[in-house]
Design a protein around this ligand. Structure first.
Ligand SMILES: Cc1cc2nc3c(=O)[nH]c(=O)nc-3n(C[C@H](O)[C@H](O)[C@H](O)COP(=O)(O)OP(=O)(O)OC[C@H]3O[C@@H](n4cnc5c(N)ncnc54)[C@H](O)[C@@H]3O)c2cc1C
Length: 400
């Protein structure tokens, strides 16, 4: 493990930091800024414009090929990019980043499996001209993805898609969805699945929002009723060969270094520490309570562990290795730590903090929101139980 970045990556850091200092207004860095605008057109417009500007300035898709709008940089520069974006509290990541799913998951997959025509869509993914969502999960199929039931039946030059997708992030903003559909017989499992690009404005598509515990409606439920999707240009890989494409996409997800999350969660812990300084508990500031101090220390230590794991991932990638099930350990660590920070925030605020009308609650609405919003992180991208099974099987060699 090498804990230093290359001089080239450090030069890039200076460059991106300069741009971020100019392009991310101080107001955006105030905790709660985006929460106050949750679900508004203003929020969408601000983020859309900012992402376009990022693309125009050459800071989108830093590890994508230059001819497709990227910088052709390596994984280390990508990590510096993630770190600096999080440091500046830029609107990125799975919750605020409109191009996040397209850029991190679909783009690399099209680079590997896409036809020449499909690759022409890549710059539009980076710039945010098309906002993509991921349609893998279904009401009866999440952890067991190979059991999916949304059917796609060939009719001339189109696949006619009928079924449901659910828990789709970014659904409320999405223009299009990369989805897995069943083209083989119902019991064909992973052998009868096709990876399909579906335009969400086609007739027969209905997107309904799902309200989460936090009140946010960023997730969606898609109802697909005989949607005609042209085969030309929309099937990625072979018909019935989508499992291979999906596996590649999931391996790309595994290869992301969690360094950006480390910085982001550090900010979240700082927000909790600030609240603990100003919130009284039993007649003295919460920060003076030994149990609160111990929990802060534990979260801080776990974050350092996450940082070391981020460097470990980068070192593996530098050697051309796939982190494999090591990524499950990282996912378990970051989801557990983020939840611990959010729980600590809620405990610091106490019962009063749960009331939106309470003075402390007014100032700390983002902590209350985060406490509810981050629950889903243990489920998204593979549940904690599934990750533990992978660790037990692949890393510990335990019997099944
Ligand atoms: C915030 C959020 C965002 C999401 N975004 C997307 C998205 O953009 N696109 C998308 O396609 N999906 C998305 N999902 C869906 C997510 O991928 C699934 O919810 C997840 O894979 C679990 O599937 P499930 O909900 O069907 O639960 P199930 O698979 O039904 O699991 C239910 C419970 O049983 C446990 N379980 C299941 N199988 C096993 C097993 N073999 N061994 C032990 N325990 C098991 C699970 O751990 C869980 O506790 C998102 C989910 C959340 C919460």
């Amino acid at each position: 493990m090498d804990l230093r970045y290359s001089p080239e990556a450090e030069r890039f850091r200076k460059e991106i930091r300069r741009w971020l200092d100019e392009s991310v207004p101080p107001a955006w860095r105030v905790p709660g800024f985006w929460l106050e605008r949750d679900g508004t057109t203003e929020s969408l417009d601000l983020r859309r414009r900012w992402e376009r500007d990022r693309f125009d300035n050459g800071f989108a898709g830093v590890d994508w090929p230059v001819e497709l709008g990227g910088r052709g940089a390596g994984h280390e520069t990508r990590a510096v990019h993630d770190e600096e974006m999080a440091r500046a509290r830029a609107p990125i990541g799975p919750y605020l980043g409109l191009t996040y799913l397209g850029t991190t998951l679909l783009g690399p997959t099209l680079l590997r499996y896409g036809t020449a025509e499909q690759k022409r869509r890549l710059p539009g993914i980076l710039s945010g001209d098309t906002i993509w969502c991921q349609g893998f999960s279904e009401p009866e199929s999440g952890s067991d993805l190979a059991g999916l039931r949304t059917t796609a039946v060939r009719d001339g030059d189109a696949l006619v898609v009928t079924g449901q997708k659910i828990w789709t992030s970014m659904a409320r903003y999405g223009d299009a969805m990369f989805a897995l559909v069943r083209t083989g017989p119902p019991d064909s499992r992973h052998r009868g699945i096709t990876f399909l690009l579906i335009d969400l404005t086609l007739p027969g598509v209905e997107v309904r929002p799902i309200r989460q515990l936090s009140g946010s409606c960023d997730l969606g439920h898609e109802f697909l009723d005989a949607v005609r999707v042209p085969i030309e240009g929309n099937v990625v890989g072979e018909i019935d060969g989508g499992w291979e494409v999906a596996r590649y996409l999931l391996s790309v997800e595994r290869q992301a270094s969690p360094i950006g999350q480390y910085v982001e969660f550090l900010h979240e812990l700082d927000d909790v520490i600030a609240a603990a300084r100003r919130t009284a508990k039993d007649g003295r500031p919460a920060i003076e309570h030994p149990s609160i101090r111990a929990r802060i220390a534990r979260c801080r230590a776990d974050l350092e562990l996450l940082r070391v794991r981020a460097y470990d991932t980068m070192t593996r990638l530098g050697r051309g290795e796939d982190p494999g099930s090591e990524a499950s350990v990282t996912k378990l660590l970051w989801s557990r730590t983020r939840l611990a920070i959010a729980d600590l925030g809620a405990d610091v605020l106490g019962v009063d903090g749960q009331r939106s009308s309470a003075p402390a609650g007014e100032r700390a609405g983002h902590l209350r929101w985060r406490h509810l919003q981050v629950r889903g992180q243990r489920i998204a991208g593979g549940t904690a139980q599934i990750q533990r099974t992978l660790v037990a099987r692949d890393l510990l060699g335990l019997p099944r």
